[in-house]
Design a protein around this ligand. Structure first.
Ligand code: ASP
Length: 343
């Protein structure tokens, strides 16, 4: 054995005792062990409203379709659902009463497309896909994104529904901006609770899918934080923050206060931790811990949830506060889970 290899072995063995899991993963070069037959096709998504989105994605996956089509058509469901006030049509507006949407999409070849602060288009995810497929760029924003969408046949629509307008006008009375954490272990009841997460003013659909050929894609779409400043962009359309897919390793997506996710480039961090050997849940936990490390008192007040899927079709999630849920659909199950949380 070469002296250098011996040295590396000794220093790794010596440091294992004092390094945390996260540090250890960062220093290791091994890939996750492939055990058994990969679990695909599979689709997972954030929140309990992800279950309906998964069902739409499953139609494509179960017919041998491509994961990119599955995630796009999957997230169309909450984008078009007017009772979901955190994604697409019917989303809560910014503080000036404008519904501005953020979305991104990524395929198995690192191709990606994103739109930021897009108004008047019901399905921003499809505009993001078009940016990916029809332009030499990755991101289009605001007015330029809208012009691109209209030039490509998208319809200009009013996305501010009467109930979102009413909520905004109510908010305007005090105009106090304070993103609240999600209510403990609460499952979303569409009939009694038009706002997923109760009094929360944010949520996002992030979706990851592996198709029958073992190809992974992801999509992430949101109206962002309610009553945000005009022009504010969250993590959701930022490749690497709200979404990242590496077909050799896996993918990750995020929901919650986007500023916290962007600061640690959450989704990319999770994928890299999985590349170093972490299972999805452990990688999500380490990312959440990094948010806490940056600002422990802030982390107690806000919600961030991460969701990850590895190449083998294993999934996991972790969040700051209790209350984050995620949905899974495969040949084996169709379920909503409560994510583990730090607090
Ligand atoms: N991450 C989104 C944003 O910051 C909101 C959310 O998922 O709750 O815009």
């Amino acid at each position: 054995m070469s002296t250098r290899r011996k040295f590396l072995q000794h220093s790794l063995a010596g440091s294992a005792a004092i390094l945390t899991g996260e540090q250890l993963f960062a220093g290791s070069a091994s890939r996750p062990a492939v055990t058994g037959k990969p679990n695909h096709p599979i689709v997972i998504s954030t929140w309990d409203f992800g279950q309906a989105a998964n069902a739409a994605a499953w139609k494509i996956l179960s017919a041998n379709g491509r994961s990119l089509d599955a995630v796009e058509q999957g997230v169309w469901v909450p984008e078009a659902d007017e009772s979901n006030q955190s994604v697409g049509y019917g989303g809560l507006p910014d503080r000036d009463g404008r519904v501005t949407l953020d979305a991104c999409i990524m395929d198995e070849l690192y191709n990606c497309g994103s739109v930021m602060c897009l108004e008047h288009i019901k399905h921003p995810i499809s505009v993001a896909r078009l940016v990916m497929e029809k332009t030499p760029h990755v991101i289009l924003t605001g007015e330029g994104a809208l012009r691109f969408a209209l030039a490509n046949g998208f319809k200009k629509e009013n996305l501010l529904t009467p109930s979102s307008e009413k909520a905004w006008k109510e908010w305007m009375k005090e105009a106090k901006y304070n993103p609240e954490a999600n209510i403990e272990n609460r499952l979303y009841d569409k009939k009694t609770d038009p706002m997923p997460g109760g009094k929360d003013n944010h949520d996002t659909i992030g979706m990851l899918a592996i198709d029958g050929r073992g190809m992974m894609s992801g999509a992430c779409t949101t109206s962002g934080l309610a009553y945000k400043m005009q022009g504010r962009v969250g993590d959701s359309p930022v490749i690497g923050a709200g979404l990242y897919v590496d077909n050799e390793v896996g993918g990750a997506t995020a929901t919650g206060v986007g500023e916290e996710v962007i600061r640690i480039v959450g989704a990319h961090l999770i994928v890299e931790l999985m590349r170093q050997g972490a299972k999805p849940e452990q990688a999500c936990r380490d990312a959440v811990q990094r948010i806490i490390k940056r600002n422990p008192s802030k982390a107690k007040e806000v919600q961030v949830g991460f969701l990850a899927l590895n190449k083998q079709g294993e999934y996991g999630a972790y969040c700051l506060q209790k209350g984050f849920t995620f949905s899974v659909k495969s040949n084996k199950e169709d379920k909503v889970y409560n994510s583990k949380s730090i607090y």
